[in-house]
Design a protein around this ligand. Structure first.
Ligand code: SAH
Length: 218
């Protein structure tokens, strides 16, 4: 189902310059986005727009996800932490990129969404992704350190525990900025225990990262 729509979306994202890396394109080809979208919105699954998934949260637009994944050089056998499981779609793409020898843990603070993401992943063949309910701003020390960390909600700054839990040589991608506006997608590379190189990769708009090292709960 939806193969033609998926092909067309990938073709557009490639033409617009969001997708260029072969492995990222292959991951987009493989993962059925419509399985991660609420039933009543399925017909919009392959439009380039964010979609509501309940609890005031959204599954990001495909072009935004392409920017995130293309900026982080995800490779087979890496160990990856995602903060903000939401629908689980991005976690499934990461699972494709890191392959069978990779490991991905994803944390979601809203219990119902963690359940939604877990169920979507399982039914689409990504049952190996480990979904944890909790505050991702504290990271996940039990499984640290990480080759890659992706944050899919926006904080005023990168939570310190996540930088600590990154391997030297590892990369972290995150939207940093204010509530819903003036946000920048940044890639931080850990060059040494105390040395971080931060690059800005363009504007973006994400829901707030709410937690101990993010925004306070309202
Ligand atoms: N990656 C998701 C998009 C998620 S939207 C996808 O592919 O569908 C961002 C998600 O981050 C929301 O579900 C929100 O509840 C969650 N979130 C916000 N603050 C969080 C925190 N401190 N820890 C874990 N998840 C958080």
């Amino acid at each position: 189902m939806y193969e033609k729509e998926r092909e067309e979306l990938i073709e557009r994202l490639t033409r617009w310059g969001y997708l260029s890396k072969r492995d990222v394109i292959n991951a987009f080809k493989k993962v059925p986005r419509h399985e991660f979208v609420p039933q009543n919105l399925r017909r919009y699954s392959y439009a380039d727009q964010p979609l509501p998934i309940g609890h005031g949260q959204t599954i990001s637009a495909p072009s935004m996800i392409a920017i995130m994944l293309e900026s982080l050089d995800l490779k087979p056998a890496q160990k990856v932490l995602e903060i903000g499981t939401g629908s689980g779609y991005n976690a499934a793409l990461i699972a494709e990129l890191i392959g069978r020898d990779g490991q991905i843990f994803t944390i979601e603070r809203v219990a119902e969404l963690a359940e939604f993401g877990r169920a979507n992943l399982k039914k689409s063949g990504y049952g190996g992704v480990k979904v944890i309910t909790g505050d991702g701003t504290c990271g996940y020390t039990r499984e640290a350190p990480w080759d890659r960390i992706l944050i899919t909600a926006c904080a005023p700054e990168i939570p310190q525990p996540l930088i600590s839990q990154l391997k030297v040589g590892g990369k972290l991608g995150a939207p940093v900025g204010r509530h819903y506006m003036a946000q920048t997608w940044i890639v931080a590379e850990k060059l040494g225990e105390k040395k971080i190189n931060v690059q800005e990769r363009g504007g973006c708009s994400f829901v707030p990262l709410v937690g101990k090292y993010g925004w306070k709960e309202e």
